[in-house]
Design a protein around this ligand. Structure first.
Ligand code: ADP
Ligand code: ZN
Length: 744
């Protein structure tokens, strides 16, 4: 890290600041260096920050404030600093806010990770007798003798325990230079040391099939040569992607490097951890929103002091300042959960690629259903394509069949066709499992009064309330607003005409219960699996074939490996196809493919093969057809050509401005103002302002602009120039969303 000899330095302060501030440092023998974490006075408070360079020398010496503390931890590594700058510029946010995410939890830095120790400064006991500048009281003598006899540094706590003196005496004696005070680091949490990592030499799994071997070898070369290659590890569900990247993790550990594995939060299952443990015989450090602050502190520190071997985490793990990075893996790279939609809006997958490049390390994007951007980048040769075309266990891919609901229509108020019912029955007879997928929580997505037509809506949002019959409530899935189910309409007062419309998983459960009263059911959704413990138990039950029929939302789509699952029934394949936003069809395709991949993962022969049934009213739909024919690339090519025609990503660039306010008139006033000063460029198109699809959300009105440009345009510059032309009024919030995922 670059050394700075100057005693004036620039500090990027954590918080909403884009430029660094100048501070002075006391002259330090070796100077300070870029990346060092410091505490600085800031207004009336103190803030943490990092040194980013020399000061500007434009502030008079007497006005310059002094750095209060330089923390004795490793400086933030250069690639992390570059990531802060790049991410801030790309997403039009303040660098200091990105820094704040990097220095998080801040207690890892500010709370004492150091223990005070004391040492004697004397070689000979006569020297103690000869002290004459200060009066040596009996307490002082006790300490001088104790330390002298100890011959080594003594922890402050131990010294106090042994001598009974107070901290203030120690402090005073240190000041008078009678004893020497030092700090030693508390041992940061480490999964390498605990497991005696250095002695482990991993064996490459000999059972890998040729495609897996090829993939491992290619990635290994890049790890060893420190080449920032980006690999797309592309294989059907169950093709052994996880096994493959585990092998590369081993290589990287053998090289003595750290590994970062990013997973969507939902895929960070105990199952995954268990599998990791079975492979490596040590636990990875797991980082996600649910872990305690103490754990976070430990992981943060061990990332920075390079004692952490493997860190696996949800998107925010990207921000960890990993000192000795050797490899990044992004599993389920297509998952929209990598995009953060609040605060700093960034895409962790995209930024992980940048981080890998700046760190000169390879990155592996793994997916059975890559995102269109990634597929495109692979096609144009930016990413290296590694394919695993078969299921690793040798199991045949499931047969996929369509059920035309126009022909095979379920009875009124029912959702499962007779064809699907018969299939479930035959699986039950065989003691095999079925999975019914419907990506809708609760009992019914809409409740309506049959007398006046009133659709029951949220009071804070312009959305329908979802019925959760098991809780006897109607719930808003956007803001959490909840009210009790009532038999009387709030609007017209009619009693007994309130009706649930459409199905959610609870309603499918009810239907299955009526069809197969003896079958053992379980519902997997975020409502039924509130704790990790419940989830673990349920997954275990499914694995051990203690469940006959599983009903689930997207929670069930990913990763899980259920040996006895032979039938997947998609209750409503048409959900999500009509979303109308940029990625609606892509996402729908991915989700349906993921769910289909659960079927028959361990089938031994043809007869034993898994099967997938898609119920649809739209069996001519290109997405449904592509899934039925198991023709992913065909779907991708069609989707890409339609994006190309529309100059949409990955061919063009897209950004959004979302403005929101409690005051609708004020908001509309500002929206017209913005439109008036909108820039005119040949290759930039501005749409809006339009009411957002969720135009009233959490008590605020919302308007959106959509900005589309050619790839050559610096869309960030355009947006900043534009939004800086007028001041955003107080009470209005303006958010820029680059490469938006959500169009709501
Ligand atoms: P993916 O990540 O692509 O879904 P996994 O790595 O989870 O696939 O592998 C699917 C299943 O196949 C797992 O049970 C795994 O242990 C097994 N498996 C992976 N590679 C092999 C192999 N080379 N030989 C036999 N079984 C394998
Ligand atoms: Zn609401």
């Amino acid at each position: 890290m670059k050394n700075i000899k100057s005693n004036e330095v620039a500090v990027l302060v954590s918080g909403p600041f884009n430029e660094p501030f100048d501070y002075s440092v006391e002259s330090i023998k070796d100077g300070v260096c870029v990346g060092q974490v410091v505490l600085v006075p800031f207004g009336k408070r103190k803030n943490v920050g990092i040194i980013v360079g020399e000061g500007t020398r434009t502030i008079p010496k007497e006005k310059l404030k002094r750095i209060e503390e330089i923390y004795e931890i490793n400086p933030i590594p250069q690639p992390s600093i570059e990531l802060i700058n790049f991410l801030a510029n790309w997403y039009c946010v303040c660098k200091g806010l990105v820094l704040k995410m990097v220095l998080s939890p801040v207690e890892a830095i500010t709370s004492t990770q150091y223990r005070k120790v004391y040492k004697s400064k004397f070689q000979d006991s006569d020297e103690i007798e000869a002290i004459n500048e200060y009066k040596i009281t009996s307490k002082r003598k006790l300490i001088l003798d104790f330390l002298f006899k100890s011959k080594q540094a003594v922890f402050q706590e131990d010294l106090i325990d042994n001598t009974g003196v107070s901290k203030s005496i120690l402090k005073d004696m240190t000041k008078k230079n009678l004893i020497v005070q030092e700090f030693v680091k508390k041992q940061a949490y480490s999964n390498l040391k605990v497991h005696n990592y250095n002695k482990i030499k991993f064996e490459i799994n000999k059972l890998l099939n040729p495609e897996q071997k090829n993939a491992v070898e290619k990635i290994n070369v890049s790890i060893k040569k420190k080449k920032p290659d980006c690999f797309l590890l592309d294989g059907v569900p169950g093709s052994g992607k996880t096994e493959t990247y585990f092998q590369t993790v081993k290589t990287c550990l053998d090289e003595g490097k750290q590994i970062l594995i990013l997973l969507p939060e939902i895929s960070l299952t105990p199952d995954w951890e268990k599998r990791f443990y079975q492979t490596f015989s040590f636990a990875p450090l797991v980082w996600h929103s649910g872990i305690t602050k103490t754990k976070k502190k430990q992981i943060w520190l061990s990332a920075l002091n390079s004692s952490a071997g493997v860190i696996v985490g949800a998107r925010s793990a990207l921000m960890l300042p990993i000192l000795n990075l050797g490899l990044i893996i992004v599993d389920e790279e297509h998952d929209p959960a990598f995009k953060q939609e609040e605060g700093v809006r960034y895409n962790a997958r995209d930024m992980a690629i940048y981080k890998a490049i700046r760190s000169s390390v390879p990155i592996v994007l793994a997916s059975a259903t890559p995102s269109l951007e990634t597929y495109h980048n692979m096609k144009i040769g930016k990413y290296i394509h590694l394919t695993l075309p078969k299921r690793a266990t040798g199991a045949a891919l499931p047969d996929i069949k369509l059920i035309d609901l126009k022909v095979n229509t379920p009875d009124r108020g029912k959702w499962i066709s007779s064809v699907l019912t018969n299939e479930i029955k035959s699986k039950l007879d065989n003691r095999e499992q079925s999975l019914l997928f419907l990506n809708r929580r609760g009992y019914a997505p809409l409740t309506i009064c049959n007398s006046c037509g009133n659709k029951i809506k949220c009071v804070n949002c312009e959305t329908w309330l979802v019925e959760h019959r098991s809780q006897n409530t109607l719930v808003c899935h956007h803001c959490g607003y909840t009210k009790r189910i009532s038999n009387t309409c709030d609007i017209c007062g009619t009693e007994g005409r309130i009706k649930a419309c459409g199905p959610g998983v609870e309603r499918i459960e009810e239907e299955i219960n009526q069809l197969f009263p003896k079958a053992k059911l379980t519902v997997l959704s975020s409502d039924t699996m509130k704790s990790q413990k419940t989830l673990v138990k349920t997954l275990e039950k499914i694995k051990n074939n203690k469940v006959d029929i599983i009903i689930g939302t997207q929670m069930i789509a990913k990763g899980h490996d259920f040996p006895d699952l032979k039938l997947v029934g998609i209750i409503d394949s048409d959900v999500g196809l009509s979303g109308g936003d940029l990625r609606a069809s892509e996402r729908s395709f991915q989700l349906l493919q993921q769910v289909s991949g659960r079927s028959g993962r361990h089938a031994i022969d043809e007869r034993d093969k898994g099967v997938v049934f898609l119920q649809t009213y739209d069996n001519e739909n290109p997405i449904i057809r592509a899934i039925a024919k198991n023709n992913r690339d065909d779907f991708f090519e069609k989707e890409l050509s339609s994006r190309k025609n529309a100059n949409m990503p990955p061919y063009g660039r897209l950004a959004a401005i979302i403005i929101s306010s409690k005051y609708e008139r004020k908001l509309d006033g500002f929206a017209s103002e913005l439109l008036r000063v909108a820039p005119l460029f040949k290759n930039v198109k501005i749409f809006g302002p339009a009411p957002a699809p969720l135009y009233f959300l959490r008590g605020k009105y919302r308007r959106r602009f959509l900005i589309k440009s050619n790839k050559t345009v610096n869309i960030q510059d355009v947006l900043l120039n534009w939004t800086n032309k007028i001041k955003t009024p107080h009470n209005v919030k303006l958010t820029i969303d680059i490469d938006p995922f959500s169009f709501m």
